[in-house]
Design a protein around this ligand. Structure first.
Ligand code: 9MR
Length: 383
């Protein structure tokens, strides 16, 4: 029997039961990676302890290291999220125009799915690690190629990515607070918002993030990003999260937590996306402080370290990670674990605001496709 199409909100009372079932299923699906982390019990691994606080704890992973037994052993035991270190970048996924290669990215996604880990997609558009053919384009040709890239890659991974770094490192260093000059920026200042809209259309379930470095405290660069996010939120550009890379030296900005909080107050999630900290007398203290800052900000949904062992790091000379080159836990590891475990279990703040829910209905069938928290004003509102 064919159902007549009616406005979405009229269907809600009749569908409430189904929606609630779906909602429960959605929450279970979202929660699953959080409550299971390998075979370890809660509170004894980074992932399980973060999950007790409603958060994830991830690591950057290169596909080729998944066959390194020591690396994979630590990853699977300790972490419940992964970020492909290079495999989802433009040069890796579209080496020739319109010819896509997903081998490395797919390998990491399969590994993550087999181990109940979330995947942070990194990154759809960036001025660096572009394939040669894109570097030589400009203007409309580059804009079109870039958005085609976003559509193709986000569609390939549709439904499998927890959060995408849609755009990476688009702001200039220094005191200007302005956009970085790049071939993408020269296609027009709206390239970032067009990228976010394009990514939303391709994968409506993924959280869409802007990601950058040297934005870890309140400074001109982070304020430039802040102003962009505020503008996007006010104009309905679909942005859900901001990533703070947090490649740190020997000092943590005193306003680190306040900076996370001011972004969260704009109505976006915040995530620590590429954490590594120079080994020095205060490495463990700084790691603990970063962890506490994330826990103190309700919308800080998780932490990712940029690698597992010091020897895996892009800055291995600084020994900046939580495990040494032999895979042993460092004092910084214990400091993070203790910080995660401090204060007992708190109800998961979760990535969504449960004061209202939105249900996304398939326009043709009227079937519920997904349920969102109040931060995503798509679909019909259920209060
Ligand atoms: O860790 C990545 C390294 O293997 C690559 O050679 C490098 C290329 O630019 O990118 C590194 O990852 C970067 C990340 O994608 C974006 N933020 C800075 C990271 C460290 O350079």
């Amino acid at each position: 029997m064919k159902h007549q199409s009616r406005p979405a909100q009229w269907r809600l009372p009749q569908r409430l039961r189904a929606i609630l079932i779906l909602l429960t299923a959605a929450l279970v699906a979202v929660g699953a990676p959080l409550v299971t982390s390998g075979s370890a019990s809660a509170g004894t691994t980074l992932g399980a302890s973060a999950a007790e606080k409603g958060r994830y704890f991830g690591a950057a992973v290169p596909a080729f290291k998944l066959s390194d037994g020591q690396f994979a052993g630590i990853l699977d035991r300790e972490f419940n999220a992964v970020t492909p270190e290079n495999e989802m970048k433009w040069d890796a996924t579209e080496p020739s125009q319109n010819q896509f290669r997903y081998t490395g990215g797919d390998q990491i996604v399969s590994h993550a799915q087999a181990h109940n880990m979330r995947v942070r997609g990194h990154t759809l558009l960036w001025h660096a690690q572009q394939p040669g053919w894109a570097q030589s384009l400009s203007g409309t040709a580059l804009r079109n190629a870039a958005m085609n890239h976003v559509t193709q890659v986000a569609t390939h991974y549709r439904g499998q990515i927890y959060a995408w770094d849609v755009v990476n490192e688009a702001f200039a260093d220094g005191g200007s607070g302005a956009r970085r000059d790049s071939n993408l920026q020269r296609t027009g200042n709206d390239w970032i918002e067009v990228a976010f809209r394009t990514a939303r259309a391709a994968d409506p379930a993924a959280k869409l993030c802007y990601n950058d470095y040297n934005t870890d405290g309140v400074n001109a660069k982070s304020t430039g990003v802040y102003n962009m996010v505020r503008d996007f939120k006010s104009r309905g550009v679909p942005i859900d999260c901001v990533g703070f890379q947090s490649h740190l030296g020997t000092t943590l900005p005193g306003d680190y937590q306040a900076n996370l909080q001011r972004f969260a107050d704009l109505g976006v999630d915040v995530q620590i996306t590429e954490l590594d900290i120079s080994q020095g007398s205060n490495q463990a203290t700084m790691y603990a402080a970063v962890t506490r800052a994330c826990l103190a900000v309700t919308r800080c949904t998780g932490i990712t370290t940029w690698g597992v062992r010091d020897s895996d790091s892009w800055r291995s000379g600084d020994n900046p990670l939580l495990f040494d080159g032999s895979g042993n836990k460092k004092p910084a590891y214990t400091a993070v674990l203790n910080a995660l475990n401090a204060g007992g279990t708190t109800p998961p703040p979760g990535p969504v605001d449960t004061s209202a829910w939105y249900v996304l209905l398939n326009r043709n069938s009227g079937k519920a496709l997904d349920v969102y928290g109040a931060s995503t004003a798509d679909g019909a509102r259920i209060t």
